[in-house]
Ligand binder design. Structure first.
Ligand SMILES: [Zn+2]
Ligand SMILES: [Zn+2]
Length: 92
C-alpha cells in the first residue's frame, strides 16, 4: 500500500508517496522540497490509482489491470513470441 501526499504549501505542491499513513511515523514525514509537514493524504489521487492500478505482482512496476501481457488481468491470448518480446524489452 502506498499513501500519496501532496504538499499543501501553495507554491510547492510537491508530490510525496509514503509506505505508511503519516500518523504511523514517529518522526512526522515532511515535504522533501520545502519541509512542510505532510498531514493530508491525497485521497483523490489514491482513489484514482486504486481504480486503475493492478495489484498483481507479475510485473515489478505499477501498471493498469490488463495493460500488459504479463499481467494476470490480461484478457487476450498471449503467444510465446509476445512473451519473448516482453523479456527482451525488460533487458533493454
Ligand atoms: Zn513542499
Ligand atoms: Zn497486473
Amino acid at each position: 500500500m502506498t499513501y500519496l501526499y501532496r504538499c499543501t504549501k501553495g507554491s510547492c505542491r510537491q508530490r510525496v508517496s509514503l509506505k505508511h499513513h503519516h500518523t504511523w511515523y514517529l518522526r512526522k514525514p515532511k515535504c522533501k522540497s520545502c519541509g512542510k509537514l505532510l498531514e493530508n493524504p491525497d485521497n483523490w489521487q489514491m482513489k484514482k490509482n486504486k481504480e486503475n492500478v493492478c495489484s498483481c505482482d507479475a510485473l515489478h512496476f505499477p501498471h493498469r489491470a490488463g495493460s500488459n501481457i504479463m499481467c494476470i488481468e490480461y484478457k487476450g491470448e498471449v503467444s510465446q513470441e509476445q512473451i519473448n518480446e516482453f523479456h527482451k524489452q525488460q533487458r533493454g
